[in-house]
Design a protein around this ligand. Structure first.
Ligand SMILES: [Zn+2]
Length: 233
């Protein structure tokens, strides 16, 4: 399951970056909250791919689940981390882009904290251009693929892009990965799993890449029992 949690995290970061960045690029939203969401997720995706673990705040708790309970750094902290570490990265971010993003984050901050009642559209075109330029990094490169897509379509596209990189290339092995199924919780066709259930009928254990619902082994057994006694939900 950890595999799926990590997969969903990568999918969601790229998705939230892309859908917000596209809306800003096309002037479909005010330039503040969407900028904040896009930059936070875009930077986290980049840091996680270049220097895994550095996107998280320092460990405060010890123990088995400490890694999962660590918070993601704030956008300004992520900019700082990138400035310090990117000299050795495969794809550094241009200084001019990073500077514009930093300025944009600082300008958008009063809006995020609800302190600027009359200032909803506080950023300039150059901040949006810097955001769009972030997409050049290999950890993102999603704007072309997600242009015009709904949220459910976007997470599904990203899931297949991710699985292309992380799942076997062998056609037979790939055929053992079911198509995304309908999620019981959010109703989208975005429940992904690594294989079929133990009965070879429905999707096995997995996660909804859209809402995060986890499908456990017990869920697959419960579905099978319901199917057997004809109790369709
Ligand atoms: Zn769902």
């Amino acid at each position: 399951m950890d595999n799926f949690v990590a997969l969903r995290r990568r999918v969601m970061r790229r998705c939230v970056f892309a859908l917000n960045a596209l809306a800003l690029r096309d002037d479909r939203l005010p330039r503040d909250g969407a900028f904040d969401a896009a930059v936070a997720n875009g930077l986290a995706a980049i840091v996680a791919s270049e220097s895994s673990g550095d996107e998280l705040e320092n460990k405060r708790t010890q123990g088995k689940r400490a890694e999962n309970s660590r918070r993601v750094k704030s956008p300004l902290q992520l900019v700082e981390t990138i400035s310090q570490k990117q000299a050795n990265w495969t794809s550094p971010i241009r200084a001019v882009v990073l500077a514009s993003l930093k300025e944009g984050i600082e300008k958008a901050q009063p809006v995020r904290h609800g302190k600027a009642d009359e200032e909803w559209d506080v950023l300039d075109e150059k901040h949006v251009e810097a955001l769009v330029a972030l997409d050049e990094h290999p950890a993102l490169q999603v704007l072309d693929d997600l242009d015009g897509k709904s949220f459910a379509e976007a997470v599904t596209v990203l899931y297949w892009l991710e699985t292309d990189r992380h799942y076997p290339a062998d056609p037979w092995e790939r055929s053992q990965i079911p198509e995304p199924a309908c999620c019981d919780d959010c109703g989208r066709q975005t429940l992904v799993s690594e294989g079929f259930d133990a009965f070879g009928i429905g999707p096995g254990e997995g996660v909804c890449v859209a809402c995060g619902l986890e499908r456990t082994y017990e869920d697959t057994v419960a579905d099978r029992l319901r199917w057997k006694i004809g109790d369709s939900k």
